[in-house]
Design a protein around this ligand. Sequence first.
Ligand code: FE
Ligand code: FE
Ligand code: ZN
Length: 275
Amino acid sequence: MKNIGCHVSNKGYVSMYKDTIYVGGNTFQFFTRNPRGGSSKEIDLEDINKFNQLKKEANFAPLIAHAPYTLNPASSDERVREFALKVFKEDLALLELIDDVYYNFHPGSHVGQGEEKGIELIAEILNMVITPKQKTMVLLETMAGKGSEIGHTFIQLKKIIDKVVYQDKIGVCLDTCHVFDGGYNIKDNLEEVLKEFDDIIGLDKLKAIHLNDSKNELGSRKDRHEKLGLGNLSIEAIRKIINHPKLKDLSFVLETPNELDGYKEEIRMLKEMSE
Ligand code: FE
Ligand code: FE
Ligand code: ZN
C-alpha cells in the first residue's frame, strides 16, 4: 500500500487537504455536495487552485469524489433520473477543475423494474454525461446488494461497463465491506475473488479501494461499515488486501466509522502493516 487516506467532510479543498495531512494520508474522498440532499456549494476557484498546487507539491495520489447517495440513475421515476443527470453533469464539470480525481457513484437501485432495465438506465445516463475529452474517470462502486441495489455482482458491473461508449472513462471502486456483504469471500479467498474480478471485469478496470471492515457476515447484503479489525473481515484479511501485488498501488480510502483521530490511528496501523 502506497496511497492511503480517509473520507473527509467537505469544508473546502484546502481544508480537506489539511485534514489529510493531519491523518497522515496522501489521498482522500469527499462528497461533491450534500450526500443526502443534493445542493452544491458555489465553486471557489481560489481554493481549488491553491489546493491543486498543494497536493501536487505533496505528491498526492488520485482522489475520490463521491456522488450523493440520493442519486439513482436506475429509478423508475423520470424526475429522479433527471435529478441524477443534473448532478452528474454539474459534478463532472466541477471535477474538471481538480487534478487527478475519480468520480465514484453507487450504480443505483432498479426498484422493481428488474436488473436488466436498471443496468440499461444506468448505462444510458453515463452515455449522456461522459464526454471523450473529460479528464475524470467515473467509477462504479461495488455494492452490498441491499434492496434492489445493482452492482453487487461483478457480472452486473461488467454489463454496465460494456454499454458505456467511452471505455477509457469508466472504472470500478471496490468496497471491501460491500463485496464481503455481497457474498465475495475476500476474508478467506482473496485470490479467487480477484481472479473472478479479473475474468469478468478485468483488473485493469479496478482503480480504487474503499477499505472498510464489516459489521455483518459474509453474504448478509447489509452494508454496515466497521472499524478495521473490529468486524468480520479481520485484520489479517486487511493485511493481505493492502499488500496484494495487484492492489497495492491503488488509492485506498477508509470509510470506517471514525473521526479524524480514529482515521489517523488506522492509517498509522496500516502503514505499519504495509510491506
Ligand atoms: Fe459509497
Ligand atoms: Fe464505499
Ligand atoms: Zn457502504
